[in-house]
Design a protein around this ligand. Structure first.
Ligand SMILES: C[S@@+](CC[C@H](N)C(=O)[O-])C[C@H]1O[C@@H](n2cnc3c(N)ncnc32)[C@H](O)[C@@H]1O
Length: 512
């Protein structure tokens, strides 16, 4: 958001989120609470309805102060010096990068006693709010804020993190990851509770795993919405990691296994990765069974098989969907003459097809909108496929699959081994289905609100277990996995399980 559109970093907290944050407060309702940037007063509403009466609020925007039914002090929190401390601070501080801050606010930040020690001209405005709020807490007081999570790991927030650990401890974290908490804000969001003067060994950690767009009440006890566990407390001079020790160990384990010459070997160096082709209207191009059965051979040849994300099964997939694929560049007359049945079928959707996004070309209704990576797909090499987005809250492992002769559309990412690579694509796919790989993806991959994203970069980042071709045992394991994968392509459903077990057994020695 350009600075002139939102100079004060105004993103208002949805009421269910404010209520959730209120449950982290341990201060009794007789205690004193500060809301340092009250906005429309959602926290003031929540505090009032839980019986809090000693509530102080500050807000810089005169329009919001005037519109509020609550008492708010008009002014900037950064230069505000109240004559008292507070038992609790709760709120959602403004996030504004230094370069987007107006001159007055910059001068104010520079005049703050903690400027230079804790923040500087690389810091975000929110770090000032965190530090200044902690300063105003009584011993034993608590701070509950919702913020983007970047300050927990960026380098220039290091001094603030170290300072916080000398003043007390983070006791609770609710991690929304990339779920959309504030409409229009793309950052990963966390709620945290800090207690002044406390020390702790563990942090109560809850990871949100509900729908990407929050809906309804957010009850921490709801196991569908939150996965709760304890993680190690943050330590001075160490990274603040939000993964559980177990998850981290798994991810680090895989990286160790895949390390050669002190570097983690990554999949991107071994496979070419392609996004799927775009028909622009899948339902028109899909060939219904009745039509297929009645098609002459010449028309059948103008089709290919597509693998849809929903059809992807781990290891190998055999159920594919036939799509129309007429040669490009034909006039309508030629197309109709050569492919009468297919063109007749597409004609039923003509209006919608003509309204497709045309990628800046003259797009006949009977052609695909964008045959992205056409040469990659339309050759005989066997490929691996993965859904572009895989929800990992409802399944234990991401699905990677081998499918021969299949084309991907936008919902699926495809990959094929580079020419010089000795590991077979079947081996690569089998490897990616190992639980350790998904464990790595969960903590180190690109996760957005419980959904793993497999576009080129994140897929290419996955550590890869190469085969040591000098080691006969490893070569044998590779070849056994490769033939088991081929057997799976034709195995009856009853046999599938045993074959997969044999593959997993091979990997149990390779992934040690
Ligand atoms: C992210 S919004 C959150 C508002 C409210 N706490 C909520 O959660 O709905 C940040 C608020 O801080 C206010 N603000 C920005 N700079 C401020 C400052 N220096 N002092 C006090 N309030 C400020 C903005 O006007 C905005 O209302």
């Amino acid at each position: 958001v350009p600075r002139d559109k939102n100079p004060h970093g105004q993103y208002f907290t949805p009421a269910p989120v404010a209520r959730l944050m209120r449950t982290l407060l341990t201060t009794a309702s007789s205690g004193s609470v500060l809301e340092p940037c009250a906005g429309e007063g959602v926290f003031l509403d929540v505090l009032a309805s839980s019986g809090f009466t000693d509530v102080t609020a500050v807000e810089i925007d005169p329009l919001l102060v005037a519109a509020s039914t609550h008492d708010m002090t008009l002014g900037s929190f950064v230069s505000w010096s109240p004559p008292r401390s507070f038992d609790a601070v709760i709120g959602n501080p403004p996030y504004i990068r230094w370069r987007d801050l107006d001159e007055t606010s910059r001068t104010e930040v520079q005049a703050h006693p903690l400027y230079k020690e804790l923040f500087n001209s690389l810091s975000d405005y929110l770090t000032v709010f965190i530090a200044a709020s902690v300063d105003l807490l009584v011993p034993g007081g608590e701070l509950v804020f919702i913020t983007p999570s970047f300050w927990m790991h960026t380098e220039h927030s290091g001094p603030l993190r170290e300072w916080l650990l000398t003043k007390g401890a983070i006791t609770d974290i609710i991690d929304f990851q990339e779920a959309s908490v504030f409409p229009g804000v793309g950052s990963a969001i966390v709620i945290f509770r800090f207690e002044k003067g406390a020390s702790t060994d563990t942090i109560r950690y809850a990871r949100y795993q509900g729908p990407r767009r929050l809906e309804g009440e957010l009850d921490l006890g709801n196991q569908k919405l939150f996965f709760q566990q304890e993680i190690d407390a943050f330590q001075p001079k160490e990274h603040w990691s939000l993964a559980s020790p177990l998850e981290l160990t798994d991810a680090m384990n895989l990286e160790r296994i895949c390390t050669e010459k002190e570097e983690v070997v990554r999949l991107g160096a071994f496979v070419d990765i392609a996004n799927g082709m775009v028909s622009g209207l899948d339902k028109a191009f899909r060939i219904p069974a009745e039509l297929w059965n009645s098609l002459p051979t010449a028309e059948r040849a103008a089709s290919f098989e597509v693998i849809k994300a929903a059809q992807i099964e781990p290891y190998v997939s055999t159920s594919l969907t036939r799509y129309i694929n007429l040669p490009t560049g034909m006039t309508k007359e030629v197309a109709t003459q050569r492919y009468p049945n297919l063109v007749a079928h597409l004609t039923q959707y003509r209006e919608a097809l003509e309204n497709r996004y045309a990628y800046q070309r003259d797009l006949p209704f009977y052609e695909w909108a964008f045959k992205r990576s056409e040469h990659f797909f339309l050759n005989d090499t066997v490929k691996g496929f993965v859904p572009c987005k895989e929800r990992l809250t409802s399944r234990p492992e991401a699905r990677f699959t081998l499918a021969s002769g299949a084309v991907a559309t936008q919902d699926v990412t495809a990959f094929a081994t580079k020419e010089t690579v000795r590991e077979s694509i079947a081996y690569v796919v089998a490897y990616l289905n190992q639980p350790l790989v998904t464990k790595w993806v969960r903590t180190r991959g690109l996760m957005k609100g419980g959904v793993a994203e497999f576009s080129e970069r994140p897929l290419g980042n996955i550590p890869f277990r190469t085969i040591d071709w000098e080691n006969p045992k490893e070569v044998a394991a590779h070849n056994a996995i490769d033939s088991a994968m081929r057997a799976l392509l034709t195995a009856t459903p009853g046999k599938r399980h045993a074959v997969i077990a044999s593959i997993e057994k091979q990997f149990s020695s390779l992934l040690r």
